[in-house]
Design a protein around this ligand. Structure first.
Ligand SMILES: Nc1ncnc2c1ncn2[C@@H]1O[C@H](COP(=O)(O)OP(=O)(O)OP(=O)(O)O)[C@@H](O)[C@H]1O
Length: 255
């Protein structure tokens, strides 16, 4: 995939594969092109050059709602929800959006969509379904957005910085949710700057810089890569991550 904005090559010939059952972590400095990559996959912005294949199908030119119905859902860095609606209403609308046989005119949410919405809320573990979205604390707003994506029944879920701004215990809550989603059979592509979160959840990691992949490999190998250390992690974060992997050797088994 290549995506240019004028003379800027935000994504520059990046080639990336996610297989069923994988959690692929996408890291890299600000402006590396990570969100732009998500935006192109989900048809938020058109591709400049390249192809996107999903389950053997060329989805390069599909519209956003068609990408969703093909089985790819995403979340955004900033919380996106219908503020004046309840948790339940938000998720039912998301489930309705993912419905392949929804009927217009009129706006009637099918029984199947309601069931998918309830299942998504259970999977994500978001209580208080009658609460109004604008009143939710930040963690619950993040969970709401993830539940909305899950309610569309994705086979591939793109999570864009799901733990930005959360406390350590809240980060753990989201980590549990990502593990549950992965166990439920959804492949996951995950952008995150919180490296412990990214590296402990991912089966494989890709680090981007200036629109290109500068590293692809096991989470335990990221902090050993000289280019990644110099362009992204820095020395202090690298030492902390190495210590983290020494303390949690089971993570070295990944990949
Ligand atoms: N709509 C746009 N128009 C022009 N330039 C854009 C647009 N969207 C992104 N860019 C530029 O593309 C580059 C990649 O941005 P992108 O948001 O994809 O990076 P990122 O890796 O997701 O960064 P971060 O970690 O800060 O979210 C940046 O230089 C950004 O300014």
């Amino acid at each position: 995939m290549t995506k240019t904005f004028g003379s800027l090559r935000a994504v520059d010939g990046l080639s990336l594969t996610v297989r069923p059952g994988e959690v692929v972590g996408l890291g890299g400095p600000n402006g590396a092109g990570k969100t732009t990559f998500f935006d192109v996959v989900t048809a938020v912005t058109p591709i400049t050059d390249g192809r996107i294949l999903f389950a053997g199908r060329d989805i390069t030119r599909l519209a956003a709602h068609e990408v969703c119905r093909a089985g790819i859902a995403r979340t955004f860095q900033l919380n996106a929800a219908f503020d004046s609606l309840s948790v339940e209403e938000n998720i039912e609308i998301a489930a309705h959006f993912g419905d392949t046989d929804r009927r217009f005119p009129g706006f009637s949410i099918s029984r199947a969509a309601r069931q998918r919405a309830a299942a998504a809320l259970d999977l994500v573990g978001l209580p208080g379904r009658q609460r109004i979205a604008r009143d939710l604390p930040v963690l619950d707003r993040k969970l709401l957005m993830i539940a909305g994506a899950v309610a569309t029944s994705p086979r591939l879920l793109l999570l864009d910085e799901p733990v930005g701004g959360l406390s350590p215990s809240e980060v753990d809550r989201i980590a549990d949710v990502v593990k549950r989603l992965s166990t439920s059979g959804i492949a996951i592509l995950l952008i995150e700057h919180v490296m412990r979160f990214l590296l402990s959840l991912s089966t494989r990691v890709v680090i981007m810089h200036h629109g290109k992949a500068i590293f692809e490999g096991a989470p335990s190998a990221v902090a050993d890569d000289q280019t990644v250390v110099e362009t992204y992690l820095g020395k202090a974060a690298t030492s902390r991550l190495k210590a983290f992997f020494v303390k949690q050797p089971e993570l070295n088994a990944h990949g």
